[in-house]
Design a protein around this ligand. Structure first.
Ligand SMILES: Cc1ncc(COP(=O)(O)O)c(C=O)c1O
Length: 415
């Protein structure tokens, strides 16, 4: 397939240049692009799937693998112990939390599973989840309803599709063990007000454990766990934060650190003292596993440093402008239906074409080196029904030429 010969005229809506810092936000897109080697031959708009790691991240991972090759894995881990500790501080700063609360995980789902096995649940306990919750969160919760008779309720959606916080406050008059809320879902551009959800959860008479899914917001939006008031926050490294695959983060708040152990412990989280006794690591490190990729963990920390240097506020502004640009064009074009809801919107743009399936579109654009993503209906049957959708998720390194290239191809193949 050939791309259209003449690009659509979008001259009235140009907002930046690939070659110069963005004056309105001080975002240095030139630096972002020169740190991202493949932008010259690839239009990557699947940052909600896995972003392109910037050069310092990839280099940090490779350098550690080389060190392991040269001196041995345990010896290499010892050598970077100080850097690892500084990296944990960087992760703590990124989420506005205490260093003690940071656990470096293999994925957000690994963090979720550890949380679920740690919080003591009994038959009849009630758990409530946001309507836009990710399938990977709902799956084990539904299993718990079957395995041990836990009760699972979905929070009412407000008129804009986000969690209705007043309705939640009302629902929390019934004793509730856990509340789950996704900050920015992966199948819709809405953003839930996780701080408002946190406020009513904290105020509830039987204060539930509050778990926030920040998979799509870490590295994209400012996050402040103290303001959110959560007991746990879990996130992926590979998405907007631009870390390596196989990384994630768990933040454990002070109440959870004081009242819960971590189950099951491995030799990183505890030590076997004698036949009857164990001692437990006092910090959130007890949620971690001993065996994991140190190289990937260092890459995650390098990604946190990188995002903080660029500035999360600048990244958030650029991601939002890129997403709104796509929404304004696709929303104005007759052949598209925009599915995004919410008053505040993330960098995740979800649409359906009236003529062409998301699968066909993604397949064809990939041949043109433009990466988009199919969101399967199973990622949120409550909100997507039984039909998949097309997701376009720009990052701050994407420039207008990237967006126009994708829009031109979308117009071309769906007309
Ligand atoms: C909103 C949301 N939550 C959770 C996850 C799971 O994250 P991970 O793949 O790091 O386990 C994803 C992954 O796509 C996601 O988009």
């Amino acid at each position: 397939m050939s791309p259209p010969l003449v690009a659509a005229d979008r001259s009235g809506q140009r907002f930046d240049s690939a070659a110069h810092p963005d004056p309105s936000t001080s975002l240095n897109r030139h630096r972002l692009r020169s740190d991202t080697p493949s932008v010259g031959h690839l239009v990557h708009l699947n940052n909600a799937g896995a972003s392109l790691p910037p050069r310092p991240v990839t280099e940090r991972v490779i350098a550690h693998l080389r060190l392991e090759e040269q001196i041995g894995g345990y010896e290499a881990a010892d050598r970077v112990a100080e850097e690892w500790q500084q990296g944990r501080e960087s992760l703590a700063d990124l989420v506005g939390g205490q260093l003690d609360g940071i656990a470096v995980m293999e994925s957000s789902t690994a963090a979720l599973h550890k949380v679920l096995s740690t919080v003591p649940l009994r038959s009849g306990d009630r758990i409530v989840v946001a309507g836009a919750e990710y399938a990977g969160t709902v799956l084990p919760l539904l299993q718990l309803t079957r395995r041990m008779g836990v009760q699972l309720d979905f929070l009412a959606d407000g008129p804009d599709g986000t969690v209705d916080v007043d309705a939640l406050s009302h629902q929390l008059r019934t004793p509730t063990r856990m509340v789950f809320a996704v900050h920015a879902p992966s199948h819709n551009g809405l953003i839930n007000d996780v701080a408002a959800i946190g406020a009513v959860t904290q105020a509830a008479q039987h204060r539930p454990w509050y778990v926030v899914d920040a998979c799509q917001s870490l590295g994209q939006l400012p996050i402040d766990v103290a303001e959110i008031g959560c007991d746990f926050l879990m996130a992926s490294g590979r998405k907007y934060l631009r870390g390596p695959r196989g990384t994630g983060l768990l933040y454990v708040g002070p109440r959870a650190l004081a009242d819960l152990d971590a189950f099951p412990l491995d030799v990183r989280g505890g030590s076997w003292s004698n036949e009857r006794d164990i001692s437990i690591e006092p910090t959130a490190v007890r949620f971690e596993n001993f065996e994991r990729s140190v190289a990937a963990g260092l890459g995650l920390m390098a990604a946190a440093d990188y995002a903080r240097k660029i500035g999360i506020g600048s990244i958030a502004g650029a991601v939002s402008r890129n997403a709104e640009y796509l929404r304004s064009h696709l929303g104005a074009a007759s052949g598209w239906r925009l599915l995004d809801r919410g008053k505040r919107r993330s960098g995740i743009v979800v649409v359906r074409s009236h003529t062409t399936s998301a699968e066909q579109i993604v397949g064809q654009l990939r041949k043109e080196r433009v990466n988009l993503h199919v969101v399967p209906a199973t990622s949120s049957p409550r909100q997507l029904g039984d039909e998949s959708a097309l997701r376009i998720s720009p990052h701050a390194f994407n420039n207008q030429a990237d967006l126009d290239r994708a829009l031109d191809l979308l117009t071309y193949i769906t007309q």
